[in-house]
Design a binder for this molecule. Structure first.
Ligand code: DAK
Length: 262
C-alpha cells in the first residue's frame, strides 16, 4: 500500500528491530480521516506480521499526535449515513488486533480520536508539551472509539467524568498523575526514549512479551476472575517455550539470557 498520510521506518541494531509509524497530516494537525486510519491499520498489521520486528512506535509531530477524527469529513454526515456505513468503525478496530507491543510517543495535542488511539497503545510516553482530552462534548457528540470506556478504566470515574463532561484538556503532568500515561519525557528526547524502551523489550522473549500484553488487555477488558484464569493458563503454557528454559537457566548460571523468541 502506498502511504499518503503516514510514514514508516524500521530502526535498530539487534535481532529484533523497531517499526516506526509517523502520522503525517501536518496541515490538519494529524486529524484522523478514513485514509489515515486505513494506512495506520495496514502499517500496524504489516509490522505485526514481520518476524524481524519486536515493537512498534506510533508518533505524530511535535505539535500534534492527532487532534481527533477529521471534523471536516464528519460534519455533514446524517444519522443513517453514519449507521449504514458503520462510520469509521471498521478501520479503528484494526489497532486492537496487533499482538506486538505498541508504544505511543505523544507530543502536542492528543484529542478525541487521537487520545483514543493513544489509549489503544500499550505504553504511552508523553512529551512535556503533550495535551490530552476528549472534547467531543463541545461538538455535540460523544467519543466513538472507546473514550467513554477506556478513559475511566485508565484514570478513574471522577477524573474521566471531569474530562468527558467539560471537554477540557489535561497536560502531561496531570495525565501522568492520573495514570493515563506511562512516563513524561522532555520533548527533544521523546523518540529516543521510545526507541530505547522498544530496544529493552526487543531483547526479551517475544512469546512472553506478546502474552503479557494480551493478559494486561484482558485485565482492562474483563472481570478479575476470568482475567486471573487466563493468566494461569498462559503462565502454564510458557513452560512449553525455549525462552522460559533459557531465561531460568541463564538466571541460575548468572549469565545474560539469549532469547530465541520461541
Ligand atoms: N479535524 C479537522 N481539522 C482539524 C482538526 C480536526 N479534528 N483539528 C484541527 N484541525 C485543523 C484546523 O481546522 C486548522 O485548519 P485550517 O484552518 O488551518 O485549514 C488546522 O488544523 C490548525 O488548527 P487550529 O488553527 O485550530 O490550531 P490551534 O493551535 O488554534 O488549535 C486545536 C489546535 C487542536 C486545539 C484545535 O484545532 C482543536 O480544538 N481541534 C479540534 C479538536 C477536536 O474537537 N477533536 C475531537 C474531534 S471528534 C469513531 C472513532 C473516533 C471518533 C468518532 C467515532 N468511531 C470508531 C465510530 C472520534 C471523534 C473525534 O475525535
Amino acid at each position: 500500500m502506498d502511504y499518503e498520510c503516514i510514514m514508516t521506518e524500521v530502526r535498530g541494531e539487534s535481532a529484533l528491530k523497531t517499526g516506526l509509524i509517523t502520522l503525517n497530516r501536518p496541515k490538519q494537525m494529524n486529524a484522523l480521516n478514513d485514509r489515515l486510519m486505513d494506512e495506520l491499520g495496514a502499517a500496524l498489521l504489516a509490522f505485526d506480521a514481520d518476524d524481524g520486528i519486536g515493537c512498534i512506535i506510533v508518533t505524530g509531530s511535535e505539535k500534534a499526535f492527532a487532534a481527533g477524527a477529521d471534523i471536516a469529513a464528519m460534519a455533514t454526515l446524517g444519522h443513517m449515513d453514519a449507521w449504514k456505513a458503520g462510520y469509521i468503525s471498521r478501520n479503528w478496530e484494526t489497532i486492537r488486533q496487533v499482538k506486538k507491543p505498541v508504544i505511543a510517543a505523544v507530543a502536542g495535542f492528543a484529542l478525541g480520536g487521537g487520545c483514543e488511539v493513544a489509549m489503544m497503545c500499550d505504553i504511552v510516553l508523553a512529551a512535556d508539551n503533550a495535551k490530552f482530552g476528549q472534547p467531543e462534548i463541545k461538538l455535540g457528540i460523544v467519543p466513538g472509539a472507546g473514550g467513554t470506556q477506556r478513559l475511566p478504566r485508565a484514570v478513574g470515574k471522577a477524573k474521566a467524568m471531569d474530562m468527558l463532561l467539560t471537554g477540557r484538556m489535561m497536560g502531561a503532568e496531570e495525565a501522568e498523575r492520573a495514570g493515563l500515561v506511562s512516563r513524561i519525557v522532555p520533548l527533544a528526547g521523546l523518540l529516543d526514549e521510545a526507541f530505547a524502551t522498544a530496544e529493552l523489550i526487543n531483547a526479551l522473549g517475544a512469546p512472553s512479551i506478546a502474552l503479557t500484553k494480551e493478559l494486561v488487555n484482558e485485565a482492562f477488558e474483563s472481570g478479575l476472575s476470568s482475567g486471573v484464569k487466563a493468566e494461569r493458563r498462559v503462565f502454564h503454557s510458557l513452560f512449553g517455550t525455549e525462552d522460559q528454559r533459557e531465561g531460568m537457566d541463564a538466571f541460575l548460571a548468572k549469565r545474560k539470557p539469549a532469547f530465541k523468541h520461541r
